[in-house]
Design a binder for this molecule. Structure first.
Ligand code: HEC
Length: 130
């Protein structure tokens, strides 16, 4: 067998093998979640992720989720809010759920980054070719 034929045969075999092992069924349609296109829960307006049910259960029992959506707090700020509700609003001890809820709140309702203090970005430097 000459070299060309051998290479050709091997190539043919590997193409066949790949085609054979490729899944034949199509993947189920899944919502794609990228950083800047978060999916929102219709009922509460809260960001959908696997902690949503927990947060909904613990945090929308007494008041609207609007109070959460409108807030932008650091992790510490959120912890203090929870303590305040526990002290004055009869919020229960969140136990092991607390760090999970704090992760969720800080991730989606944390302080917004404002690198330029709300002002527009500086214009790019122009080269006028003088
Ligand atoms: C036991 C009832 C109760 C539960 C459960 C509860 N809260 Fe509250 N929360 C309150 C009350 C009462 C207020 C004051 C509402 C008002 O001012 O109208 C409040 C206010 C707030 C505010 C606004 C605070 C401010 O400074 O104006 C935020 C934010 C908040 N809650 C977030 C949460 C989060 C996050 C959770 C889940 C960990 C939660 N709440 C669970 C009772 C509760």
């Amino acid at each position: 067998m000459n070299k060309g034929l051998l290479v050709g045969t091997l190539f043919g075999l590997s193409v066949g093998l790949v085609a054979f092992t490729l899944p034949t069924r199509s993947l189920p349609a899944q919502p794609i979640t990228v950083a800047d296109s978060l999916q929102l829960d219709k009922e509460t307006g809260l960001v959908i992720d696997d902690r949503l049910t927990l947060v909904k259960g613990q945090c929308t029992a007494c008041h609207s989720s609007k109070l959460i959506v409108q807030s932008q707090l650091t992790r510490d700020g959120w912890r203090q809010k929870i303590r305040w509700m526990q002290r004055t609003q009869k919020l229960w001890d969140l136990g092991e759920s607390e760090p999970v809820i704090l992760d969720y709140l800080t991730r989606y309702y944390g302080p917004k980054e404002r690198p330029f203090d709300g002002r527009r970005l500086p214009l790019p430097k122009q080269q006028w070719g003088l």
